[in-house]
Design a protein around this ligand. Structure first.
Ligand code: HEM
Length: 107
């Protein structure tokens, strides 16, 4: 299993626009091979930003990497990184990928 996270530092005052953009987007993930689940996370507020993260769970690292080269990735990012949305952020997102070493589920 592989977890891919992108952390966003959202400028104070831009939280509602950021959340609206994400919560009303077209989702292209549901039928991607190896995709398991997605969460949009809101974290703590710092002095100059509010931390958010996109969190995806994949069957394998290879499935995640295949998605990053797929049309559904390009479709999902058609509007990402443009000047109009850049003002929502304090800097570019920070990506982190994790190999899952252990999973514990409720019985
Ligand atoms: C390997 C790097 C990246 C990963 C793992 C990633 C992850 C994701 C995921 C899982 C989604 C949702 C896709 C869907 O629902 O179909 C998404 C959408 C989005 N990503 Fe990324 N992303 C990456 C790179 C970037 C970069 C570089 C930016 C900013 C420049 C960005 C900004 C966004 C935005 C704003 C959306 C929502 C799109 C919209 O509603 O128009 N992502 N990303």
């Amino acid at each position: 299993m592989f977890i891919a996270m992108n952390r966003f530092r959202v400028a104070p005052g831009a939280e509602a626009d950021f959340e609206h953009m994400w919560l009303t987007r077209d989702v292209y993930l549901r039928t991607v091979p190896g995709f398991e689940s997605f969460q949009l996370l809101r974290g703590p507020a710092g002095e100059d930003h509010v931390l958010y993260a996109s969190h995806t769970v994949w069957a394998t690292k290879a499935a995640f990497e295949d998605w990053t080269r797929s049309q559904s990735f390009r479709d999902a990012h058609r509007n990402a990184g443009q000047a109009t949305t850049r003002s929502l952020y304090n800097g570019p997102p920070q990506f982190e990928g994790f190999e899952v070493l252990q999973t514990v589920d409720r019985e």
